[in-house]
Design a protein around this ligand. Structure first.
Ligand SMILES: NC(=O)C1=CN([C@@H]2O[C@H](COP(=O)(O)OP(=O)(O)OC[C@H]3O[C@@H](n4cnc5c(N)ncnc54)[C@H](O)[C@@H]3O)[C@@H](O)[C@H]2O)C=CC1
Ligand SMILES: O=C(O)[C@H]1O[C@H](OP(=O)(O)OP(=O)(O)OC[C@H]2O[C@@H](n3ccc(=O)[nH]c3=O)[C@H](O)[C@@H]2O)[C@H](O)[C@@H](O)[C@@H]1O
Length: 469
Protein backbone atom coordinates (compact mmCIF):
# COMPACT_ATOMS: atom_id res chain seq x y z
CA UNK A 1 0.00 0.00 0.00
CA UNK A 2 1.16 3.54 -0.72
CA UNK A 3 0.10 6.60 1.18
CA UNK A 4 1.14 10.21 0.92
CA UNK A 5 0.64 13.26 3.07
CA UNK A 6 0.43 16.80 1.77
CA UNK A 7 2.01 19.08 4.39
CA UNK A 8 5.25 18.28 6.22
CA UNK A 9 4.63 20.42 9.27
CA UNK A 10 4.24 19.74 13.00
CA UNK A 11 1.47 17.24 12.28
CA UNK A 12 2.23 15.78 8.85
CA UNK A 13 5.89 15.03 9.61
CA UNK A 14 5.59 13.27 13.00
CA UNK A 15 2.30 11.52 12.17
CA UNK A 16 3.56 10.03 8.94
CA UNK A 17 6.93 9.14 10.47
CA UNK A 18 5.04 7.14 13.12
CA UNK A 19 2.89 5.34 10.53
CA UNK A 20 6.03 4.51 8.54
CA UNK A 21 7.81 3.27 11.66
CA UNK A 22 4.92 1.06 12.75
CA UNK A 23 3.96 -0.21 9.30
CA UNK A 24 7.15 -1.18 7.42
CA UNK A 25 5.05 -2.58 4.56
CA UNK A 26 3.40 0.73 3.79
CA UNK A 27 5.31 3.20 1.67
CA UNK A 28 4.83 6.73 3.08
CA UNK A 29 5.64 9.82 1.04
CA UNK A 30 5.38 13.23 2.75
CA UNK A 31 5.33 16.21 0.41
CA UNK A 32 5.42 19.94 0.89
CA UNK A 33 5.88 23.06 -1.25
CA UNK A 34 8.45 24.35 1.20
CA UNK A 35 11.81 23.08 -0.05
CA UNK A 36 13.71 24.23 3.06
CA UNK A 37 11.36 22.26 5.29
CA UNK A 38 11.74 19.13 3.17
CA UNK A 39 15.53 19.53 3.16
CA UNK A 40 15.45 19.76 6.95
CA UNK A 41 13.39 16.54 7.22
CA UNK A 42 16.05 14.85 5.10
CA UNK A 43 18.88 16.19 7.28
CA UNK A 44 20.11 15.54 10.81
CA UNK A 45 18.43 18.70 12.01
CA UNK A 46 14.68 18.12 11.77
CA UNK A 47 12.45 21.19 11.30
CA UNK A 48 10.31 20.14 14.27
CA UNK A 49 11.82 19.68 17.70
CA UNK A 50 10.07 16.80 19.47
CA UNK A 51 11.67 14.54 22.07
CA UNK A 52 12.21 11.09 20.51
CA UNK A 53 11.28 12.12 16.98
CA UNK A 54 14.81 11.80 15.56
CA UNK A 55 14.84 8.08 16.33
CA UNK A 56 11.40 7.49 14.77
CA UNK A 57 12.38 9.29 11.56
CA UNK A 58 15.79 7.63 11.43
CA UNK A 59 14.23 4.17 11.69
CA UNK A 60 11.83 4.69 8.80
CA UNK A 61 13.98 6.88 6.52
CA UNK A 62 14.73 5.84 3.80
CA UNK A 63 13.24 2.34 4.30
CA UNK A 64 9.61 3.30 3.70
CA UNK A 65 9.49 7.04 4.45
CA UNK A 66 10.26 9.73 1.88
CA UNK A 67 10.15 13.52 2.17
CA UNK A 68 10.05 15.47 -1.08
CA UNK A 69 8.45 18.36 -2.95
CA UNK A 70 7.12 16.07 -5.68
CA UNK A 71 3.47 16.64 -4.82
CA UNK A 72 1.90 15.54 -8.12
CA UNK A 73 3.93 12.36 -8.25
CA UNK A 74 3.11 11.43 -4.65
CA UNK A 75 -0.63 11.96 -5.21
CA UNK A 76 -0.64 10.00 -8.46
CA UNK A 77 1.11 7.01 -6.90
CA UNK A 78 -0.84 6.79 -3.64
CA UNK A 79 -3.92 4.82 -2.63
CA UNK A 80 -4.55 7.09 0.31
CA UNK A 81 -3.79 10.83 0.56
CA UNK A 82 -3.69 12.67 3.86
CA UNK A 83 -4.15 16.44 3.78
CA UNK A 84 -2.24 17.99 6.66
CA UNK A 85 -1.78 21.56 5.54
CA UNK A 86 -2.16 24.64 7.70
CA UNK A 87 -5.63 26.08 8.32
CA UNK A 88 -4.88 29.45 9.91
CA UNK A 89 -7.39 32.09 10.95
CA UNK A 90 -8.40 34.30 8.02
CA UNK A 91 -6.75 37.71 8.16
CA UNK A 92 -8.76 39.28 5.33
CA UNK A 93 -12.24 39.48 3.85
CA UNK A 94 -15.39 37.90 5.23
CA UNK A 95 -14.78 36.23 8.60
CA UNK A 96 -11.37 37.90 9.06
CA UNK A 97 -10.01 37.22 12.54
CA UNK A 98 -12.34 34.26 13.10
CA UNK A 99 -13.05 31.93 10.19
CA UNK A 100 -10.51 29.33 9.12
CA UNK A 101 -8.64 30.11 5.92
CA UNK A 102 -9.37 27.03 3.83
CA UNK A 103 -7.40 28.21 0.80
CA UNK A 104 -4.67 25.58 1.28
CA UNK A 105 -7.17 22.75 1.77
CA UNK A 106 -9.06 23.71 -1.34
CA UNK A 107 -5.85 23.93 -3.38
CA UNK A 108 -4.91 20.43 -2.24
CA UNK A 109 -8.35 19.07 -3.17
CA UNK A 110 -8.09 20.65 -6.63
CA UNK A 111 -4.60 19.26 -7.11
CA UNK A 112 -5.74 15.78 -6.06
CA UNK A 113 -8.68 16.00 -8.49
CA UNK A 114 -6.36 17.09 -11.29
CA UNK A 115 -3.67 14.47 -10.81
CA UNK A 116 -5.56 11.36 -9.69
CA UNK A 117 -6.65 8.34 -11.66
CA UNK A 118 -8.44 5.24 -10.33
CA UNK A 119 -9.82 5.19 -6.76
CA UNK A 120 -8.29 7.13 -3.85
CA UNK A 121 -9.11 7.66 -0.21
CA UNK A 122 -8.63 11.27 0.80
CA UNK A 123 -8.12 11.84 4.53
CA UNK A 124 -8.62 15.20 6.22
CA UNK A 125 -5.88 15.33 8.85
CA UNK A 126 -5.94 19.12 9.21
CA UNK A 127 -8.37 20.61 11.73
CA UNK A 128 -11.36 21.85 9.76
CA UNK A 129 -14.72 23.50 10.26
CA UNK A 130 -17.56 21.01 10.44
CA UNK A 131 -18.91 20.22 6.94
CA UNK A 132 -15.63 21.00 5.13
CA UNK A 133 -15.69 17.45 3.76
CA UNK A 134 -18.74 18.47 1.77
CA UNK A 135 -16.70 21.07 -0.11
CA UNK A 136 -13.76 18.67 -0.48
CA UNK A 137 -16.08 16.03 -1.96
CA UNK A 138 -17.59 18.50 -4.41
CA UNK A 139 -14.18 19.61 -5.64
CA UNK A 140 -12.99 16.03 -5.97
CA UNK A 141 -16.11 15.07 -7.89
CA UNK A 142 -15.13 17.59 -10.56
CA UNK A 143 -12.18 15.36 -11.53
CA UNK A 144 -12.54 14.75 -15.26
CA UNK A 145 -10.17 11.78 -15.64
CA UNK A 146 -12.47 9.15 -14.20
CA UNK A 147 -10.97 9.15 -10.71
CA UNK A 148 -13.27 8.31 -7.78
CA UNK A 149 -12.81 9.23 -4.13
CA UNK A 150 -13.85 8.47 -0.59
CA UNK A 151 -13.32 11.25 1.93
CA UNK A 152 -12.52 10.52 5.58
CA UNK A 153 -11.98 12.81 8.52
CA UNK A 154 -9.15 11.72 10.82
CA UNK A 155 -8.28 14.68 13.04
CA UNK A 156 -5.04 14.65 14.99
CA UNK A 157 -4.97 15.02 18.78
CA UNK A 158 -1.21 15.03 19.43
CA UNK A 159 0.18 17.79 21.61
CA UNK A 160 3.53 19.34 20.80
CA UNK A 161 6.38 18.33 23.06
CA UNK A 162 4.77 14.91 23.62
CA UNK A 163 3.96 14.12 19.98
CA UNK A 164 5.89 10.85 19.84
CA UNK A 165 4.22 9.42 22.96
CA UNK A 166 0.84 10.72 21.87
CA UNK A 167 1.18 9.05 18.47
CA UNK A 168 2.52 5.83 19.92
CA UNK A 169 -0.09 5.54 22.61
CA UNK A 170 -3.07 7.79 21.86
CA UNK A 171 -6.16 7.97 24.08
CA UNK A 172 -8.09 7.40 20.88
CA UNK A 173 -7.92 7.69 17.12
CA UNK A 174 -10.98 9.20 15.49
CA UNK A 175 -12.11 8.32 11.99
CA UNK A 176 -15.24 9.75 10.43
CA UNK A 177 -16.61 8.77 7.05
CA UNK A 178 -19.42 7.41 4.92
CA UNK A 179 -17.80 4.43 3.23
CA UNK A 180 -17.37 1.47 5.60
CA UNK A 181 -14.69 0.05 3.36
CA UNK A 182 -12.65 3.25 3.36
CA UNK A 183 -12.99 3.55 7.14
CA UNK A 184 -11.82 -0.06 7.57
CA UNK A 185 -8.78 0.57 5.36
CA UNK A 186 -7.65 3.39 7.63
CA UNK A 187 -8.60 1.50 10.81
CA UNK A 188 -6.37 -1.36 9.63
CA UNK A 189 -3.38 0.97 9.35
CA UNK A 190 -3.71 2.29 12.91
CA UNK A 191 -4.54 -1.17 14.23
CA UNK A 192 -0.92 -2.12 13.49
CA UNK A 193 -0.07 -0.60 16.87
CA UNK A 194 -3.20 0.82 18.48
CA UNK A 195 -5.80 -1.45 20.15
CA UNK A 196 -8.96 -1.50 18.02
CA UNK A 197 -11.19 -0.45 20.91
CA UNK A 198 -9.34 2.86 20.94
CA UNK A 199 -10.10 3.53 17.28
CA UNK A 200 -13.43 5.33 17.22
CA UNK A 201 -15.47 5.60 14.06
CA UNK A 202 -18.22 8.18 13.52
CA UNK A 203 -19.95 10.01 10.74
CA UNK A 204 -17.96 12.72 8.94
CA UNK A 205 -19.53 15.68 10.68
CA UNK A 206 -19.14 14.29 14.20
CA UNK A 207 -15.48 13.67 13.53
CA UNK A 208 -14.86 17.17 12.17
CA UNK A 209 -16.76 18.78 15.03
CA UNK A 210 -15.19 16.59 17.74
CA UNK A 211 -11.76 18.01 16.95
CA UNK A 212 -12.86 21.62 17.36
CA UNK A 213 -14.80 20.64 20.48
CA UNK A 214 -11.87 18.83 22.08
CA UNK A 215 -9.63 21.86 21.66
CA UNK A 216 -12.35 24.19 22.90
CA UNK A 217 -12.84 22.10 26.06
CA UNK A 218 -9.11 21.90 26.73
CA UNK A 219 -8.61 25.63 26.27
CA UNK A 220 -11.69 26.29 28.39
CA UNK A 221 -10.11 24.46 31.31
CA UNK A 222 -6.98 26.60 31.06
CA UNK A 223 -9.03 29.79 30.88
CA UNK A 224 -11.15 28.61 33.81
CA UNK A 225 -8.18 28.03 36.08
CA UNK A 226 -6.58 31.25 34.86
CA UNK A 227 -9.74 33.15 35.72
CA UNK A 228 -9.54 31.68 39.22
CA UNK A 229 -5.84 32.64 39.39
CA UNK A 230 -6.83 36.31 39.23
CA UNK A 231 -9.17 35.79 42.17
CA UNK A 232 -6.43 33.93 44.06
CA UNK A 233 -4.05 36.85 43.67
CA UNK A 234 -6.69 39.19 45.03
CA UNK A 235 -7.68 37.05 48.00
CA UNK A 236 -4.68 35.13 49.26
CA UNK A 237 -5.82 31.74 47.96
CA UNK A 238 -3.16 29.74 46.10
CA UNK A 239 -4.16 28.58 42.61
CA UNK A 240 -2.05 25.39 42.77
CA UNK A 241 -3.78 24.43 46.01
CA UNK A 242 -7.18 25.18 44.52
CA UNK A 243 -6.31 23.16 41.39
CA UNK A 244 -5.27 20.21 43.53
CA UNK A 245 -8.38 20.48 45.68
CA UNK A 246 -10.76 20.48 42.72
CA UNK A 247 -8.69 18.12 40.57
CA UNK A 248 -8.97 15.29 43.08
CA UNK A 249 -12.70 15.23 42.38
CA UNK A 250 -12.80 12.41 39.86
CA UNK A 251 -15.52 14.22 37.92
CA UNK A 252 -13.18 17.17 37.36
CA UNK A 253 -9.84 15.36 37.12
CA UNK A 254 -6.35 16.76 37.67
CA UNK A 255 -5.14 17.41 34.13
CA UNK A 256 -5.04 20.76 32.35
CA UNK A 257 -5.48 22.76 35.53
CA UNK A 258 -2.08 24.45 35.53
CA UNK A 259 -2.55 28.19 35.75
CA UNK A 260 -0.27 30.07 33.40
CA UNK A 261 0.51 33.34 31.69
CA UNK A 262 -1.98 32.17 29.04
CA UNK A 263 -2.36 29.34 26.60
CA UNK A 264 -0.59 29.56 23.27
CA UNK A 265 0.09 27.34 20.31
CA UNK A 266 -1.16 27.45 16.78
CA UNK A 267 -4.51 25.82 17.45
CA UNK A 268 -6.45 26.63 20.61
CA UNK A 269 -7.28 30.22 19.72
CA UNK A 270 -7.69 29.52 16.01
CA UNK A 271 -10.00 26.58 16.60
CA UNK A 272 -12.18 28.34 19.17
CA UNK A 273 -12.51 31.38 16.94
CA UNK A 274 -13.48 29.05 14.17
CA UNK A 275 -16.10 27.46 16.41
CA UNK A 276 -17.38 30.93 17.29
CA UNK A 277 -17.62 31.79 13.62
CA UNK A 278 -19.51 28.60 12.85
CA UNK A 279 -21.98 29.24 15.69
CA UNK A 280 -22.58 32.75 14.40
CA UNK A 281 -23.04 31.38 10.91
CA UNK A 282 -25.74 29.02 12.19
CA UNK A 283 -27.41 31.85 14.16
CA UNK A 284 -26.32 30.52 17.58
CA UNK A 285 -25.31 33.86 19.06
CA UNK A 286 -25.32 32.79 22.73
CA UNK A 287 -23.21 29.73 21.97
CA UNK A 288 -20.74 31.88 20.05
CA UNK A 289 -20.47 34.34 22.93
CA UNK A 290 -19.95 31.53 25.41
CA UNK A 291 -16.92 30.14 23.59
CA UNK A 292 -15.50 33.51 22.65
CA UNK A 293 -15.12 34.26 26.33
CA UNK A 294 -12.45 31.52 26.55
CA UNK A 295 -10.27 33.53 24.18
CA UNK A 296 -11.08 36.87 25.85
CA UNK A 297 -10.06 35.41 29.21
CA UNK A 298 -6.78 34.27 27.69
CA UNK A 299 -6.08 37.73 26.28
CA UNK A 300 -6.87 39.19 29.70
CA UNK A 301 -4.46 36.76 31.37
CA UNK A 302 -1.55 37.73 29.10
CA UNK A 303 -2.28 41.43 29.50
CA UNK A 304 -2.72 41.08 33.26
CA UNK A 305 0.74 39.52 33.52
CA UNK A 306 2.59 42.31 31.73
CA UNK A 307 0.59 44.93 33.61
CA UNK A 308 1.51 43.25 36.89
CA UNK A 309 5.18 43.46 35.97
CA UNK A 310 4.94 47.17 35.24
CA UNK A 311 2.83 47.92 38.33
CA UNK A 312 5.11 45.97 40.63
CA UNK A 313 8.25 47.62 39.31
CA UNK A 314 7.13 51.01 40.58
CA UNK A 315 4.92 51.68 37.55
CA UNK A 316 7.76 51.90 35.08
CA UNK A 317 9.96 49.45 33.26
CA UNK A 318 11.35 52.07 30.92
CA UNK A 319 15.08 51.47 30.41
CA UNK A 320 14.99 48.60 32.92
CA UNK A 321 16.45 45.29 31.92
CA UNK A 322 14.14 42.29 32.08
CA UNK A 323 15.54 38.82 31.51
CA UNK A 324 12.95 36.74 29.70
CA UNK A 325 13.22 33.00 30.24
CA UNK A 326 11.39 31.08 27.53
CA UNK A 327 9.75 32.08 24.28
CA UNK A 328 8.16 28.85 22.97
CA UNK A 329 4.44 28.39 23.72
CA UNK A 330 5.23 25.45 26.02
CA UNK A 331 8.27 23.40 26.97
CA UNK A 332 9.88 20.79 24.73
CA UNK A 333 8.96 22.46 21.46
CA UNK A 334 10.57 25.06 19.21
CA UNK A 335 7.11 26.28 18.18
CA UNK A 336 6.34 29.90 19.04
CA UNK A 337 2.99 30.28 17.30
CA UNK A 338 0.63 32.34 19.48
CA UNK A 339 3.00 31.93 22.41
CA UNK A 340 1.98 34.07 25.38
CA UNK A 341 5.61 35.26 25.37
CA UNK A 342 4.99 37.16 22.12
CA UNK A 343 2.36 39.35 23.69
CA UNK A 344 4.02 39.84 27.06
CA UNK A 345 7.27 40.82 25.32
CA UNK A 346 5.40 43.13 22.95
CA UNK A 347 3.74 44.93 25.87
CA UNK A 348 7.05 45.27 27.72
CA UNK A 349 8.85 46.50 24.59
CA UNK A 350 6.19 49.17 24.19
CA UNK A 351 6.74 50.14 27.84
CA UNK A 352 10.36 50.74 26.71
CA UNK A 353 11.86 47.88 28.73
CA UNK A 354 15.16 46.37 27.58
CA UNK A 355 14.59 42.65 27.08
CA UNK A 356 17.20 39.92 27.14
CA UNK A 357 15.50 36.79 25.87
CA UNK A 358 16.66 33.21 26.25
CA UNK A 359 14.92 30.12 24.95
CA UNK A 360 16.72 26.77 24.69
CA UNK A 361 15.16 25.88 21.32
CA UNK A 362 14.01 29.01 19.54
CA UNK A 363 16.63 30.70 17.37
CA UNK A 364 17.25 34.46 17.34
CA UNK A 365 15.89 34.95 13.81
CA UNK A 366 12.60 33.36 14.82
CA UNK A 367 12.26 35.47 17.98
CA UNK A 368 12.96 38.73 16.10
CA UNK A 369 10.57 37.77 13.32
CA UNK A 370 7.83 36.86 15.83
CA UNK A 371 8.23 40.09 17.77
CA UNK A 372 7.92 42.09 14.56
CA UNK A 373 4.74 40.19 13.68
CA UNK A 374 3.34 40.66 17.21
CA UNK A 375 3.90 44.40 16.85
CA UNK A 376 2.28 44.54 13.39
CA UNK A 377 -1.32 45.19 12.45
CA UNK A 378 -3.54 42.75 10.50
CA UNK A 379 -2.07 44.06 7.23
CA UNK A 380 1.45 43.24 8.45
CA UNK A 381 2.48 46.88 8.92
CA UNK A 382 4.82 47.69 11.79
CA UNK A 383 5.42 51.23 13.04
CA UNK A 384 8.93 52.72 12.89
CA UNK A 385 8.92 53.12 16.67
CA UNK A 386 8.16 49.44 17.28
CA UNK A 387 10.76 48.34 14.73
CA UNK A 388 13.43 50.49 16.37
CA UNK A 389 12.49 49.29 19.85
CA UNK A 390 12.84 45.66 18.76
CA UNK A 391 16.15 46.45 17.07
CA UNK A 392 17.68 48.43 19.93
CA UNK A 393 16.04 47.12 23.10
CA UNK A 394 15.92 43.37 22.49
CA UNK A 395 18.93 41.12 22.90
CA UNK A 396 18.78 37.37 22.36
CA UNK A 397 21.17 35.32 24.47
CA UNK A 398 22.07 31.66 24.74
CA UNK A 399 22.06 31.12 28.47
CA UNK A 400 19.70 31.80 31.37
CA UNK A 401 22.47 33.34 33.47
CA UNK A 402 23.34 35.87 30.78
CA UNK A 403 19.64 36.75 30.45
CA UNK A 404 19.50 37.54 34.19
CA UNK A 405 22.81 39.40 34.43
CA UNK A 406 22.37 42.95 35.67
CA UNK A 407 18.58 42.62 35.21
CA UNK A 408 15.99 44.39 37.33
CA UNK A 409 13.67 41.43 36.89
CA UNK A 410 13.34 38.02 35.32
CA UNK A 411 10.12 36.77 33.77
CA UNK A 412 9.55 33.05 33.25
CA UNK A 413 7.30 32.65 30.22
CA UNK A 414 7.88 28.99 29.26
CA UNK A 415 8.16 26.10 31.72
CA UNK A 416 11.44 24.62 30.41
CA UNK A 417 12.82 22.19 33.03
CA UNK A 418 16.29 23.73 32.85
CA UNK A 419 15.02 27.02 34.33
CA UNK A 420 14.14 25.20 37.53
CA UNK A 421 17.69 24.00 38.01
CA UNK A 422 19.40 27.37 37.55
CA UNK A 423 21.72 28.29 40.41
CA UNK A 424 19.53 31.05 41.84
CA UNK A 425 22.19 32.23 44.31
CA UNK A 426 24.32 33.01 41.29
CA UNK A 427 21.38 34.60 39.46
CA UNK A 428 20.56 36.76 42.47
CA UNK A 429 24.15 37.89 42.87
CA UNK A 430 24.22 39.13 39.28
CA UNK A 431 20.93 41.08 39.38
CA UNK A 432 19.91 44.60 40.41
CA UNK A 433 18.03 45.16 43.68
CA UNK A 434 15.24 44.61 44.39
CA UNK A 435 15.55 41.44 42.35
CA UNK A 436 12.08 40.74 40.97
CA UNK A 437 10.96 37.39 39.60
CA UNK A 438 7.69 37.10 37.66
CA UNK A 439 6.90 33.44 37.32
CA UNK A 440 4.33 33.03 34.54
CA UNK A 441 4.37 29.26 34.88
CA UNK A 442 4.56 28.68 38.64
CA UNK A 443 7.72 26.79 37.86
CA UNK A 444 10.14 28.02 40.49
CA UNK A 445 10.42 27.22 44.18
CA UNK A 446 8.89 30.30 45.72
CA UNK A 447 10.08 29.71 49.28
CA UNK A 448 13.63 29.02 48.21
CA UNK A 449 13.79 32.12 46.03
CA UNK A 450 12.27 34.31 48.72
CA UNK A 451 14.90 33.07 51.19
CA UNK A 452 17.65 33.97 48.74
CA UNK A 453 16.24 37.51 48.63
CA UNK A 454 14.15 37.62 45.46
CA UNK A 455 10.79 39.32 45.39
CA UNK A 456 8.72 36.70 43.58
CA UNK A 457 5.36 37.22 41.92
CA UNK A 458 3.69 34.11 40.60
CA UNK A 459 0.43 33.39 38.80
CA UNK A 460 -2.45 32.89 41.19
CA UNK A 461 -0.32 33.53 44.29
CA UNK A 462 -0.91 36.68 46.19
CA UNK A 463 1.90 39.01 47.00
CA UNK A 464 1.49 41.82 49.54
CA UNK A 465 1.49 44.24 46.67
CA UNK A 466 -1.43 42.62 44.88
CA UNK A 467 -3.56 42.00 47.97
CA UNK A 468 -3.24 45.67 48.91
CA UNK A 469 -3.83 46.65 45.28
N1 LIG B 1 0.51 21.75 15.45
C1 LIG B 1 -0.17 20.86 16.13
O1 LIG B 1 0.23 20.43 17.20
C2 LIG B 1 -1.48 20.34 15.62
C3 LIG B 1 -2.05 20.82 14.45
N2 LIG B 1 -3.23 20.31 14.00
C4 LIG B 1 -3.80 20.78 12.73
O2 LIG B 1 -3.05 20.18 11.67
C5 LIG B 1 -2.96 21.08 10.55
C6 LIG B 1 -1.50 21.31 10.20
O3 LIG B 1 -0.88 21.93 11.30
P1 LIG B 1 0.71 22.08 11.40
O4 LIG B 1 1.35 20.81 10.96
O5 LIG B 1 0.99 22.61 12.73
O6 LIG B 1 0.95 23.19 10.27
P2 LIG B 1 2.34 23.64 9.63
O7 LIG B 1 2.16 25.05 9.19
O8 LIG B 1 3.47 23.28 10.53
O9 LIG B 1 2.48 22.70 8.34
C7 LIG B 1 1.66 22.80 7.22
C8 LIG B 1 2.51 22.57 5.98
O10 LIG B 1 1.66 22.47 4.84
C9 LIG B 1 2.37 22.97 3.73
N3 LIG B 1 1.44 23.28 2.64
C10 LIG B 1 0.44 24.20 2.61
N4 LIG B 1 -0.20 24.14 1.43
C11 LIG B 1 0.38 23.16 0.70
C12 LIG B 1 0.15 22.61 -0.59
N5 LIG B 1 -0.85 23.06 -1.36
N6 LIG B 1 0.96 21.63 -1.03
C13 LIG B 1 1.96 21.16 -0.25
N7 LIG B 1 2.22 21.63 0.98
C14 LIG B 1 1.44 22.62 1.45
C15 LIG B 1 3.07 24.19 4.28
O11 LIG B 1 4.18 24.55 3.46
C16 LIG B 1 3.50 23.69 5.67
O12 LIG B 1 4.82 23.19 5.68
C17 LIG B 1 -3.72 22.33 10.97
O13 LIG B 1 -5.03 22.25 10.49
C18 LIG B 1 -3.73 22.26 12.48
O14 LIG B 1 -4.85 22.91 13.03
C19 LIG B 1 -3.87 19.31 14.65
C20 LIG B 1 -3.34 18.77 15.79
C21 LIG B 1 -2.10 19.24 16.36
O1 LIG C 1 -4.93 20.74 17.82
C1 LIG C 1 -3.84 20.97 18.33
O2 LIG C 1 -2.99 21.73 17.85
C2 LIG C 1 -3.46 20.35 19.63
O3 LIG C 1 -3.65 21.39 20.62
C3 LIG C 1 -3.26 21.03 21.94
O4 LIG C 1 -1.89 20.68 21.97
P1 LIG C 1 -0.72 21.78 22.06
O5 LIG C 1 -1.27 23.10 21.70
O6 LIG C 1 0.41 21.25 21.29
O7 LIG C 1 -0.26 21.78 23.57
P2 LIG C 1 -1.06 21.75 24.98
O8 LIG C 1 -0.31 20.88 25.89
O9 LIG C 1 -2.48 21.46 24.80
O10 LIG C 1 -0.87 23.24 25.50
C4 LIG C 1 -1.50 24.33 24.88
C5 LIG C 1 -1.24 25.59 25.67
O11 LIG C 1 -1.95 25.56 26.90
C6 LIG C 1 -1.06 25.80 27.97
N1 LIG C 1 -1.52 25.04 29.14
C7 LIG C 1 -1.81 23.72 29.03
C8 LIG C 1 -2.25 23.01 30.12
C9 LIG C 1 -2.41 23.65 31.35
O12 LIG C 1 -2.83 23.06 32.38
N2 LIG C 1 -2.12 24.97 31.43
C10 LIG C 1 -1.67 25.68 30.35
O13 LIG C 1 -1.43 26.88 30.47
C11 LIG C 1 0.29 25.34 27.47
O14 LIG C 1 1.34 25.95 28.16
C12 LIG C 1 0.23 25.79 26.03
O15 LIG C 1 0.57 27.14 25.91
C13 LIG C 1 -4.06 19.81 22.39
O16 LIG C 1 -3.61 19.41 23.68
C14 LIG C 1 -3.89 18.66 21.40
O17 LIG C 1 -4.73 17.58 21.78
C15 LIG C 1 -4.29 19.14 20.00
O18 LIG C 1 -4.07 18.12 19.06
Amino acid sequence: MKICCIGAGYVGGPTMAMIAKQCPDISVHVVDLNQARIDAWNSDSLPVYEPGLDAVVAEALPRNLTFSTRVDEAIAESDMIFISVNTPTKTFGVGAGRAANLEFIEKCARQIARVSTGHKIVVEKSTLPVRTAEAVKRILSSADNGATFDVLSNPEFLAEGTAVDDLLNPDRVLIGGESKQAIETLVDIYANWIPRERILTTNLWSSELSKLTANAFLAQRVSSINAISALCEATGADVDEVARAIGTDSRIGPKFLKASVGFGGSCFQKDILNLVYLCEHFGLREVAQYWEQVVSMNDYQKRRFSERIVRTMFNTVSDKKIGVLGFAFKKDTNDTRESAALYVCRDLIRERARLTIYDPRVPETQIRHDLAVACSDLQGQISDIDRKLIENNVTIVHDGYVAAEDAHAIAVLTEWDEFRSLDFDRVYASMQRPAFVFDGRNLLDRDKLTKIGFEIHAIGKSSDESIKG
